[in-house]
Design a protein around this ligand. Structure first.
Ligand code: FES
Length: 139
């Protein structure tokens, strides 16, 4: 094989391999776009305990077991706290009623859906039930 043919065939092979790798990567991203990510939990928070007192006020948050629990206007929401991009802890933004990741400005709505930034998948949302002064967070 002369030099010209060798270079031609090597380039063709390289382009083919690159194309397949890009195709597989795009398929991988498509598959993950709707599956919320977060730990499986089932725990309780007593609102009478000082450590959970923030939850007695609108906009108050408590982080426990990888879950961020929020008092949203007297109702409770719980969301996985680890960003689905690179795992930084998201924080609740009461003025926008959403979650912001400080690492690369990923933004999630109150239900955990990605609204902007690099996160590839939603945050998992948990069921919160209240019985007297005790919240149960499960999902
Ligand atoms: S780690 Fe959250 S946006 Fe990158």
């Amino acid at each position: 094989m002369d030099r010209k043919k060798f270079i031609k065939s090597t380039c063709a092979f390289g382009l083919g391999v690159t194309g397949i790798a890009l195709l597989l990567e795009s398929c991988k991203k498509t598959q993950n776009t709707t599956t919320p990510q977060g730990p499986t939990v089932n725990f309780q928070l007593n609102l009478n305990q000082p450590a959970n007192a923030a939850l007695n006020s609108t906009g108050g948050t408590v982080s426990a077991n990888g879950v961020l629990v929020i008092n949203v206007g007297g109702a409770y929401t719980a969301i996985a706290q680890s960003c689905t991009h690179n795992g930084c802890k998201v924080g609740y933004n009461s003025s926008g009623n959403n979650f912001i990741c400080p690492c690369h400005n990923g933004v999630f709505d109150i239900n955990g859906n990605v609204t902007s930034g690099p996160p590839p998948t939603p945050l998992k949302k948990y069921v919160v039930t209240k019985n007297a002064a005790v919240l149960t967070i499960a999902g």
